[in-house]
Design a binder for this molecule. Structure first.
Ligand SMILES: [Zn+2]
Ligand SMILES: [Zn+2]
Length: 227
């Protein structure tokens, strides 16, 4: 598979088949004055992610911000390498700080993957229920979506063709080891449904458009109804 444009200004640059089998889906936003990367993959695919950015015609050193949507290794393992190559600012939520900054192997689920993680300091800590930041020429909205992990965040952007939502862990799963909370997750999913996004970029399940966005989130809520 090759890196590709998903919507105007939004690209898929990492994931199984694109960078490394252990990687979550990694997305790139062309914010004009800078590039913004959503998640970093597990680590072994970091070089491939940077090559994919280049293959799309961008200079990887233009990555100004990297958003860690939560502290699991398949999303954060590539941070240290990408930061080293690009000098980008790392963004993440206060409540997933122990995983990202201390590298607790239980919180990051690194043992599950058998991958080494290099703890990295978060440069821009998010803590509110919803925060707005202008990165490059675009306004990014960061929404706290606790449940999968306490510090999970979703990101959305209003672009010309509609609202694009990066919901990296809509599908769960849940574990006491990471501090999952299924009731919080349900409330977070209701929050995402209210955003009424036109495009959902998910962390493992890929891309959903139009009506499929709502259908997918609702199907996950049904799937975990018994828990
Ligand atoms: Zn996760
Ligand atoms: Zn994941």
């Amino acid at each position: 598979m090759k890196p590709k444009e998903i919507a105007e200004l939004v690209y898929a640059v990492g994931g199984p088949g694109l960078s490394h089998p252990t990687d979550c889906c990694v997305y790139l936003v062309d914010a004009g004055k800078e590039l913004v990367l959503i998640d970093a993959g597990a680590g072994p695919g970091a070089e491939a992610i940077l090559r994919n950015v280049e293959a799309l015609g961008f200079d990887p050193t233009g990555i100004g911000h990297l958003v860690a949507t939560h502290c699991h290794i398949d999303h954060i393992g590539g941070i240290s390498r990408i930061k080293e190559a690009t000098d980008c600012m790392l963004m993440g939520h206060q409540l997933d700080r122990d995983g990202i900054e201390l590298g607790d192997r239980r919180l990051t689920a690194a043992d599950l993957y058998g991958i080494e993680y290099w703890p990295t300091k978060i440069d821009m800590i998010l803590e509110g229920a919803e925060e707005k930041r202008v990165l490059g020429n675009l306004e990014f909205h960061f929404v706290a979506t606790p449940g999968h992990t306490p510090g999970s965040i979703a990101v959305y952007l209003d672009l010309e063709e509609g609202r694009v939502l990066f919901g990296q862990d809509v599908h769960g799963p849940f574990s006491e080891d990471w501090g999952s909370d299924i009731d919080e997750w349900r409330r977070s999913m209701e929050k995402l449904l209210r955003l009424d996004a036109d495009l959902l970029c998910e962390g493992h399940a890929g891309i959903f458009r139009g009506e499929d966005v709502r259908d997918y989130i609702e199907s996950q809520l049904r799937r975990y109804r018994q828990l």
